[in-house]
Design a protein around this ligand. Structure first.
Ligand SMILES: Cc1cc2nc3c(=O)[nH]c(=O)nc-3n(C[C@H](O)[C@H](O)[C@H](O)COP(=O)(O)OP(=O)(O)OC[C@H]3O[C@@H](n4cnc5c(N)ncnc54)[C@H](O)[C@@H]3O)c2cc1C
Length: 97
């Protein structure tokens, strides 16, 4: 069955909105909001798709690490939406290798 994933719906990307066919379902991710694990030594974390960007930033900060992606919509935008839209944010250019 065709489906679309909806995160916080802050984006300019259209796929969070179903088409007019009436055959699509919308998968809302907001209850998938757990930070599952953080591995500070390896600078990595595992989070569910509905974790907001600000929650991921906070979790990294608590582990004494920086999660550098930062957007105006970070309080509501979700990691799944960030990845899907390849969101770069204001810190992206300065942190690019
Ligand atoms: C005020 C404001 C400032 C912004 N600033 C920036 C900026 O500085 N830099 C930048 O790059 N972008 C910026 N954006 C756009 C930004 O890319 C999006 O707001 C955000 O990344 C999308 O997250 P969302 O949770 O709103 O996703 P949604 O709008 O809900 O979804 C976006 C897309 O991702 C898909 N998607 C969502 N969740 C999943 C999932 N779990 N699996 C697969 N696909 C999924 C949806 O189907 C849709 O196609 C800004 C937006 C706003 C409103």
């Amino acid at each position: 069955m065709p489906s679309s994933r909806r995160a916080a719906t802050r984006a300019t990307a259209g796929a969070a909105t179903p088409d007019e066919s009436g055959t699509q379902i919308v998968l809302a991710m907001r209850r998938m909001h757990q930070v599952r694990s953080i591995d500070a030594d390896n600078y990595s974390m595992i989070v569910e798709a509905g974790v907001t960007l600000s929650k991921a930033q906070d979790a990294a900060r608590e582990a004494n690490r920086l999660f550098p992606l930062s957007l105006g919509s970070e309080g509501t935008a979700q990691i799944g939406g960030n990845l899907s839209t390849n969101a770069g944010g204001t810190g992206g250019p300065s942190l690019r290798a």
